[in-house]
Design a protein around this ligand. Structure first.
Ligand code: ASP
Ligand code: MG
Length: 413
């Protein structure tokens, strides 16, 4: 049996790498499986990979906006749906798409079997709606692969080791299912099929001449995903980095190469100074008075809030930002702490990301000069060794993205 303890041992099981050499994990997003014709198309693509000599594990998201629809139903019933039942409900979407795909593969003359996350051995903690994968017990998948089957795994879900209840992994969680399986099975690569051709230098809807990147590092992709690039769930990139899974983000609707996400040593990298400009239209900013940082951030962490920018403005004032989807949790925590606080929702964030920043001075200066040149004021600035992020007014976000893309000539390879 292949058991991989992800938190404890960051290695894959000893026999997994040898077994996985001809194995490929292929994940398809919701828009790639939006109707039954598209599911048949995905079935053909999985079969083609099989015919090319691979053993194949497919991970499908729920069809189209099924998950949104299920969430809508839950909120129609209840203001605060009970977390266990919420996960029972949401996990259904992926069962539908994966079962349908297994039927389509069978009709193409190949054997297939679909599994729920639980059946596939995806074991998680018990944080409903945001569960973390703790372990993958891949015995059942390996057995099915040994029987020459194409294996389909319902993404975005697992089972809690403690409560034995169904859990979900957070929005976009099928990416993490796919990466976790690739790691546990020692797959040669994890392919993420989506409705865009890869990772771009900026959102092409804002910057029409944005360019597809051939490759980026895990670090850059982590910053891009954390800064609003929606193509991959943040946690899946972390997982891929921690377990050395090469990721390939590419289009479901073409055969073209997409974007590889690899480590810094990988030969596919082009070593650009700046890789891209990511943005979030709205990223709430909180201002809290008279609390110590340790208490505040511990409480936010306990509530599973992903805090981003943090500024200690003065001894009695802290400013931080957190994603819009964590707003309810933030408000709860701040309310319970009984402190004086305020929140701004009229700001978004523009982030310039590139591994080359580490060794090239002047990037920050040019960023600020560019924003100043178009009359955009940054309200809060935060940096990492490979990122400069500016909170600007939401309505100025598109202009700021376009200006930075232009100033750093990101359209040119
Ligand atoms: N269906 C889930 C969602 O919409 C998971 C996923 O697509 O990755 O978030
Ligand atoms: Mg997604």
């Amino acid at each position: 049996m292949t058991t991989t303890e992800f938190e404890a041992v960051p290695e894959v099981a000893a026999d997994a790498v040898a077994r996985g050499r001809d194995l490929i994990v292929m994940k398809f997003g919701g828009s790639s499986v939006a109707d039954t014709d598209k599911i048949k198309g995905v079935a053909r693509r999985l079969v083609a990979a099989r015919e090319a000599g691979n053993r194949v594990v497919g991970v499908l998201s729920a069809m189209g906006d099924t998950t949104d629809e299920l969430i809508r139903l839950a909120h129609e019933i209840s203001d605060r749906p009970q977390p266990r039942e919420y996960d029972m409900l949401l996990s259904v979407g992926e069962r539908i798409s994966n079962a349908l795909c297994a039927m389509a593969i069978t009709d193409l003359g190949y054997e297939a079997i679909s599994f729920t996350g639980s059946q596939a051995g995806i074991v998680t903690d018990t944080v409903h709606g945001k569960a973390k994968i703790a372990e993958v017990r891949a015995a059942r998948i390996n057995e099915a692969l040994d029987q020459e089957r194409i294996v389909l795994v319902a993404g975005f879900q697992g089972v809690s080791a403690d409560s034995h209840d169904v859990t979900t992994l957070g929005r976009g969680g099928s990416d993490t299912t796919a990466v976790a399986l690739a790691a546990a099975l020692g797959a040669q690569a994890c392919e993420i099929y989506t409705d865009v051709e890869g990772v771009f230098t900026a959102d092409p809807r804002i910057v029409p001449n944005a360019r597809r990147l051939a490759a980026v590092t895990y670090e850059e992709m982590l910053e891009l995903a954390a800064s609003g690039a929606k193509v991959l769930q943040l946690r899946s990139v972390e997982f891929a980095r921690n377990h050395d899974v090469r990721l390939h983000v590419r289009s479901t609707f073409s055969q073209a190469e997409g974007t590889w996400i690899v480590d810094e040593e990988d030969e596919v990298l082009e070593k650009a100074i700046i890789s891209g400009v990511a943005h979030t239209a709205v990223e709430p900013l909180y201002r809290v008075r008279e609390i110590d940082a340790a208490t505040l951030f511990q409480r936010l962490a306990d509530a599973n809030v992903n805090v981003d920018t943090i500024l200690q403005v003065s001894t009695d004032e802290i400013v931080f930002s957190a994603p819009a989807e964590d707003a309810d949790a933030c408000e709860d925590v701040l309310g319970q702490l009984g402190v004086e606080w305020s929140m701004r929702e009229d700001l978004g964030k523009v982030s310039l990301v590139g591994a080359g920043m580490k060794s090239h001075p002047g990037i920050a200066a040019k960023t600020f000069a560019t924003l100043e040149g178009i009359g955009v004021e940054s309200k809060v600035i935060s940096t990492s060794p490979i990122k400069i992020a500016c909170h600007v007014r939401t309505e100025e976000v598109p202009r700021a993205v376009a200006a930075l893309h232009d100033a750093f000539e990101l359209e040119v390879a």
